[in-house]
Design a protein around this ligand. Structure first.
Ligand code: GH3
Ligand code: MG
Ligand code: MG
Length: 310
């Protein structure tokens, strides 16, 4: 059940504030009140009101400044500006500050009710759109089979983490891993079993990683883990733990339990020379192929700067 909308009343004059709060309350809304701009902005952040009723005449931070600050927030909070009767100049300034509607004082309760209802309708439509947009954005970044990040999302993370590491000169490691002889799983047990294996391996990596790490599926049976603030020994410890964990999985499939192994390659930037995100990926990929060549079910690590220097 949706809660009663919360209306924030902002007015410096205590008597008119109380009167407005009383009227809004009698219309069936929940209320909160603020007597100045600073307090109002803090309350908006904390309480997330559905609508703001804002007096235009206030000391220090007037209604225009407050309206502009509310509109600069990343959430949509409708603002109804309370102006004097026939105060066209205030309406014009309020409009350019971002106020959504205007009401002339003295306020008629019926007029107030109509304006609030109309604004709340716009607010709920806007909120529903924003929710749908956020859901789509999440879907666009998620691999449907495993629920972890997809390649598109991984590439963005790789770019962002590379820039952050370079800028603050903090170490950064990238691990790429690939399921060994995965074709055999598909060929022997079928595609559905193959999918179950991919899901189980993704879950293992997700469980092993920290919240600040990012795990992504970047190919059919190929995954990546970004490890910010992680040097080469740290990446080796993580890779080894993950390798062992995956090798110990028993994945149910029909009447049998499937076992798989993974090969891993890592690249670490150790704050020496500069590097590009693509270098990290290339180097981790080369390390992975080293692991495949040397017999699979193992981890190979490359240092980025050392390779560039040689
Ligand atoms: P290697 O040890 O060298 O990695 O051998 P491999 O058999 O794992 O390597 P290869 O890259 O030749 O095979 C990968 C297979 O993964 C081929 C493809 O059919 C299968 N595959 C890719 N995506 C999916 C998927 O989403 N589901 C399933 N079940 N199989 C997939
Ligand atoms: Mg493979
Ligand atoms: Mg592969």
């Amino acid at each position: 059940v949706a809660e009663n909308p919360l209306i924030l009343v902002i007015d410096d004059v205590s008597a008119s504030r109380s009167e407005l709060v009383r009227v809004v309350g009698s219309l069936g809304y929940r209320t909160a009140e603020a007597s100045n701009g600073l307090q109002a902005l803090q309350l908006i952040k904390r309480l997330r009101p559905s609508l703001v009723l804002l007096d235009v005449v206030m000391p220090v931070m007037d209604g225009f400044k407050i309206a502009a600050a509310v509109k600069a927030m990343p959430i949509f909070v409708p603002v109804i500006l309370l102006t004097g009767l026939d105060d066209v100049d205030s309406k014009r300034r309020g409009q350019s500050a971002g106020a959504d509607d205007f009401l002339a004082k003295p306020i008629s309760p019926i007029e107030l009710h109509i304006r609030i209802s109309a604004m709340l309708r716009i607010k709920s439509l806007t909120d529903a759109l924003e929710e749908a947009r956020a859901k789509l954005a999440e879907l666009a970044d998620t691999d449907p089979l495993t629920g972890i990040a997809n390649r598109r999302s991984f590439e963005r993370t790789l770019g962002a983490e590379s820039q952050r590491a370079l800028r603050y000169r903090h170490p950064l490691s990238l691990i790429i891993f690939d399921i060994d002889h995965f074709k055999r799983v598909n060929d022997t047990h079928g595609h559905a079993a193959g999918d179950a294996v991919i899901r189980a391996v993704a879950q293992a990596a997700r469980d092993e990683a920290r919240n600040t790490d990012s795990v992504a599926r970047i190919g059919g049976e190929e995954f990546a883990v970004m490890l910010p603030e992680t040097d080469m020994p740290g990446a080796c410890v993580f890779a080894e733990r993950l390798r062992v964990r995956v090798s110990m999985l028993s994945i149910p499939c029909d009447r049998s339990l499937l076992r798989v192994t993974i090969s891993l390659g890592s690249a670490t930037w150790a704050c020496e020379d500069g590097f590009a995100a693509a270098d990290l990926l290339l180097e981790a990929d080369e390390a992975l192929y080293g692991s495949k060549r040397n017999g699979r079910n193992r981890h190979t690590s490359h240092a980025l700067a050392a390779k560039l220097a040689s």
